[in-house]
Write a protein that binds this ligand. Structure first.
Ligand SMILES: Cc1ncc(COP(=O)(O)O)c(C=O)c1O
Length: 367
């Protein structure tokens, strides 16, 4: 029975009709996965040590509700105070928490608004609609940078509660220019929360830690998912302290499980340097792959500050995606995401061996 025919369908938020459940593309046996912006496995000895670090977990007990040890480890990794952190199941959960708590409509408005540049990470829209906010998008400029005039006009017109800036952005891979981010932050002063999503910052070598202090309306998001620890589902929001205190009231007390707390804390405490070095190595492989792909006729590879590449294949990306998959390489195509993205593919940086397979398959696919 579909919910349309259910007697309870009238109880559902109508915004759900605009959404589809997230279903990752099936990866056939033996297929190289370069579609989800994960990282290749960490060094085998480090992986082994991280797995063993959960040995003492008491399975009959609830986890530490404040995740005290992990909180300290994340604070030192992300350069913030432990009291500024709201920890979550990936950063997806803090995103949802921010939107459900900062959802009070402004005076004279029926619903609160979440503003995003487009294209960007899809979960902002999913979580905003689910929490009952309206979502307004402002197209990025021709270089996928912020169109500041359009952003400021949209801030004035829609008076949003929350604005998300993923920088580096997914799927466009670039870090927005600093002066543009600064102008958008200024335009939001005393009006809305600006959330700087740093999921891919480890690959750009820079974060926004120094931007928050002078701006009490700015937050940051971080995650372990992109640096080799996606299975743990550990992410966080770094917030002005008062806001962190309020938003933490809405968090489920045991949202980060005990195994994830133990392994993530250990990884950050014992292997910080290895995690950072691994991110730098991925960035170096990314640049080498970008050079190689740029030499293929008809491909345009955009500059990347992340662990993936954003490229224009100069034709409908759908058949190129299919041809790559037929050769055992799964990437992400945006050909269904509107005319502007019809020829664009997103490819996650991986191992040298995977890169060779991709390059061979892509040469073939765009011949
Ligand atoms: C920009 C951005 N933010 C946040 C996330 C969420 O990651 P996670 O929930 O795994 O921490 C992603 C995942 O792809 C992302 O691309």
């Amino acid at each position: 029975m579909t919910m349309k025919s259910s007697p309870l369908s009238s109880l559902l938020r109508p915004q759900l009709a605009q959404l589809d459940a997230y279903v990752p593309h099936a990866a056939p046996e033996g297929c190289v996965r370069m579609d989800a912006n994960e990282s290749p496995p960490l060094d085998a000895a480090i992986t082994e040590a991280i797995l063993r670090s959960a040995d003492g977990v008491r399975l009959e007990r609830y986890p530490d509700a404040r995740a005290t040890r992990l909180r300290e480890a994340v604070a030192s990794w992300a350069r913030c105070a432990p009291s500024q952190l709201v920890l979550g199941t990936g950063s997806d959960e803090p995103i949802a928490l921010l939107l459900s708590t900062l959802s009070q409509p402004k005076p004279g408005r029926a619903r609160a608004v979440c503003l995003v540049p487009t294209p960007t990470f899809v979960m902002y829209r999913v979580s905003a609609l689910t929490a009952g906010l309206d979502v307004e998008g402002v197209p990025l400029d021709e270089r996928w940078d912020l169109d500041v005039d359009a952003m400021v006009a949209a801030i004035d017109r829609h008076d949003p509660n929350v604005l998300f800036l993923a920088s580096p952005n997914n799927p466009t891979a670039n870090r927005y220019s600093d002066d543009r981010v600064a102008r958008v932050i200024d335009a939001c002063r005393d009006r809305c929360l600006v959330v700087l999503d740093e999921a891919y910052a480890p690959f750009s070598g820079r974060d926004y830690a120094d931007t928050m202090a002078p701006h009490p309306h700015v937050a940051r998001l971080g995650t372990l998912s992109k640096i080799g620890l996606a299975a743990l589902r550990v992410g966080w929001a770094i917030l002005p302290e008062l806001l962190a205190h309020e938003i933490d009231k809405a968090r489920q007390p045991f949202n980060v499980d005990a195994v994830a707390q133990a392994m993530a804390a250990f990884a950050l405490e014992a292997h910080t340097d290895a995690l950072r070095a691994n991110a730098r190595a991925i960035a170096a492989r990314r640049d080498a792959l970008a050079r190689e792909l740029s030499s293929i006729d008809g491909l345009r590879v955009f500059e990347s500050d992340a662990n993936f590449l954003w490229m224009d294949v100069g034709r409908d990306a759908g058949p190129v995606f299919d041809a790559l998959l037929a050769q055992g390489v799964l990437v992400r195509s945006f050909h269904r995401a509107g005319p502007r993205l019809a020829s664009l593919l997103r490819v996650t940086v991986s191992t040298e061996a995977h890169h060779e397979r991709l390059v061979t398959a892509l040469r073939e696919a765009v011949r």
